[in-house]
Design a binder for this molecule. Structure first.
Ligand SMILES: Nc1ncnc2c1ncn2[C@@H]1O[C@H](COP(=O)(O)OP(=O)(O)O)[C@@H](O)[C@H]1O
Ligand SMILES: [Mg+2]
Length: 249
């Protein structure tokens, strides 16, 4: 089953197409990497899927529903979660409180119709469960702002998965991390349940090889290759794209 489908996506900027007829399908439970040289259109596609930018034309469906016009916050509440490269945490609150607030936001959305919010104790319990899944339990009472960079990025993932999304999108999960932090982040993401599809933009090819079932390669706004890592790595078109490097215009 397909979780997230983009059909005929264009994004025009003055004089050129940042995305030029992109067709993209993420299956339920799949782990996909999106790669490509600088300027390829990765962030633009990510934003269009997440609802932070609108396509010039084309449609996005999520579990069969057209969400092209759906605002980003509504997509998140409906199970399409993402993290950002910039930090989205409440620095002054504890790790547990940050996750509890995310759990609460989703729980309200799910229960409003019944006028029945989850009790505070249930929210805390769920927040602890999420922290345990990401090996963050020992930091539950620390202020978010005191965490190392690597742990802050893990906390962002904890907050994104607090509502049990069906798709998790992560923009450069290992950017700026030490090799040890990178290895830990890979382990964390490998442990995510397969009930969740994963889409990452990633520059570190070892991370791509370790995590992705399939990889999509963008260049100049066009999907130039898609397949498992060996196919993509050995593709001549892909090798040329990386040798050719960044967008020239
Ligand atoms: N708001 C914008 N206005 C004009 N051009 C933009 C804008 N955002 C992105 N671009 C251009 O679109 C292309 C794709 O950018 P981007 O999606 O950020 O690439 P990537 O994330 O793969 O490095 C680049 O040439 C970039 O300069
Ligand atoms: Mg980018």
């Amino acid at each position: 089953m397909s979780a997230l489908v983009a059909t005929g996506i264009y994004r025009r900027y003055a004089g050129f197409n940042a995305l030029d007829d992109v067709n993209f399908t993420l299956a339920a439970g799949e782990r996909r990497a999106l790669i490509g040289p600088n300027g390829a259109g990765k962030s633009t596609l990510f934003d269009i899927l997440g609802g932070q930018r609108e396509p010039s034309s084309g449609t996005i469906t999520f579990d069969g529903r057209d969400i092209t016009k759906m605002p980003a916050h509504q997509r998140a509440l409906d199970g399409l979660a993402r993290t950002f490269q910039r930090n989205n945490l409440c620095q002054g609150l504890s790790v547990l409180e940050n996750v509890r607030l995310s759990v609460q936001a989703h729980s309200k959305a799910k229960h409003d119709a019944l006028r029945h919010a989850r009790r505070h104790g249930d929210l805390i319990e769920r927040a602890h469960e999420v922290l345990a899944n990401l090996s963050l339990s020992n930091l539950a009472s620390h202020r978010a702002g005191e965490l190392s960079y690597g742990d802050q990025r893990k906390l962002e993932i904890a907050m994104a998965i607090a509502g049990d999304p069906r798709v998790l999108m992560v923009d450069e999960p290992t950017a700026g991390m030490s090799p040890a932090e990178t290895a830990e982040m890979v382990t964390v993401m490998q442990k995510l349940p397969r009930t969740m599809s994963l889409l990452i933009v990633e520059h570190d090819m070892d991370v791509v090889a370790a995590l992705a079932d399939r990889t999509t390669v963008l260049q100049n706004g066009v999907v130039i290759a898609e397949g498992d890592w060996d196919e993509v790595r050995n593709s001549e078109v892909v090798q040329r794209a990386y040798i050719g490097g960044q967008r020239t215009r």
